[in-house]
Ligand binder design. Sequence first.
Ligand SMILES: [Zn+2]
Length: 119
Amino acid sequence: MKPKRIKKLQARSRNLKVMTLDARTMVVESRSDEFNNHIVKVRFGRRGNVHTECTCDWSKYNGMACAHTMAALEHLASRKGRRLSFWLREDEARRQKQRVFYMEGGEPEEGVWITSRAS
Ligand SMILES: [Zn+2]
């Protein structure tokens, strides 16, 4: 299950504070509850595949590419001087002529495409 309005979600994710725990683990503030935070874990696989996990409800019920994982990935990218964009379809991502990553979903076709550009 992936978000339908991914651009809107990405815009919201830009306002979330991110704190790094270690190279693969980040704490991201909750948008709905200011006293709550979510833990995002990121693992980079082969061929540009990215696997993420988050402790929010959306992720708990098999959702992927929540605002927290986007914020965490954007945070990692920003430290390398990169900015990310998220896409629901591969052809949209390829059209950007940028470096492309694939955020894995629970099912083979359920992932989200990510492009990375110099910021
Ligand atoms: Zn989340």
